[in-house]
Design a protein around this ligand. Structure first.
Ligand code: AMP
Length: 287
């Protein structure tokens, strides 16, 4: 497995593979890797001859400097996991090269995808995500890039951007990987103490209870949202950042849910922000 830092070296590696007629798949990450990331690598392996993983905690997508400072960094373990998973190259770009002095170019997706859910609580977040993903894709030029459905809004925005800007990379979305108790794997889970984890479980549990209520005939969005809120707000130091029913048709908030909708929520448990969602039509969450 090659471990590459300079942009020029990554570009050369990728060009060489593409020139040899190999398909290249790309999995961008911020490190602190877990089974969720590895599932994207597994998917990538089925889609291409070569798999590149990037590990880069992108400063421009953090609206909160404290969150950036506390983001877990576990590079040695990450590299071992990538090697064991059969990754061909890991790219660890440096911020000094990604955003040198004088840097002033950004990519922004506008409209319904970026005016709700995480975009409200985290101003500038998706602008930072789109900017770094466009930069990463511009260097690697992969045939395909794999993103997690866990970050549904991000996956939809990146997919839109890649299409709108004719980047030539197909965006593939892979399912959310969860722990047996239902909690979606996230690098941020490393910051949860056992008692915080109990509170955090209210998120998948509440979403699943609401999904079951929908399956039993409750289609009023406010009622479904109430079910999630009730499950979470029994705990102290838990804030519901947002909970909304959004239709995947046009990414609109709707008063009455249907099978095209997802119920999405973000919570802050003792300062740790977690997001999750459930498609109302299926994919039950283990609780
Ligand atoms: P991150 O390192 O958090 O930026 O995530 C890198 C990629 O892994 C993104 O495409 C995420 O959506 C994806 N990802 C994170 N957690 C999971 C999970 N539990 N299941 C599947 N994919 C995930």
């Amino acid at each position: 497995m090659d471990v590459i830092a300079p942009i020029a070296d990554m570009r050369q590696w990728s060009r060489r593979a593409l020139a040899a007629g190999e398909r290249v798949a790309f999995v961008p990450t911020m490190g602190a890797l877990h089974r969720g990331h590895l599932s994207l690598v597994e998917k990538a392996k089925t889609l291409a001859d070569r798999v590149v993983v990037s590990i880069y905690v992108n400063p421009t997508q953090f609206d909160n400097p404290e969150d950036l400072a506390k983001y877990p960094q576990t590079l040695e373990a990450d590299l071992a996991m990538c090697k064991a998973a059969g990754v061909d190259a890991v790219w660890t770009p440096e911020t000094a090269e990604m955003y040198p002095d004088g840097y002033c170019s950004f990519v922004e997706v506008v409209g319904p995808l970026t005016d709700k859910l995480c975009a409200i609580a985290r101003p500038g977040h998706f602008r930072g995500v789109c900017t770094v993903v466009a930069k990463l894709l511009g260097v690697v030029r992969p045939d395909v890039a794999v993103f997690g459905q866990k970050d549904l809004q991000q996956a939809l925005i990146v997919s839109r951007m890649a299409g709108d800007l004719n980047l030539g990379t197909e965006i593939v979305v892979a399912p959310t990987v969860r722990d047996a108790d239902g909690l979606a794997l996230s690098s941020r889970n490393k910051r949860l103490t056992p008692s915080m984890r109990v509170k955090a479980l209210g998120l998948p549990h509440g979403l699943e209870l609401a999904r079951q209520a929908y399956r039993a005939g409750q289609t009023t969005s406010l009622k479904l949202i109430e079910i999630v809120a009730e499950e979470l707000l029994v705990h102290e130091n838990v804030d519901l950042d947002y909970c909304d029913v959004v239709s995947l048709k046009g990414f609109a908030e709707v008063e009455n849910a249907d099978d095209a909708c997802v119920l999405a929520a973000a919570v802050i448990v003792d300062g740790v922000r977690l997001i999750d969602h459930v498609p109302l039509a299926g994919q039950p969450i283990p609780v």
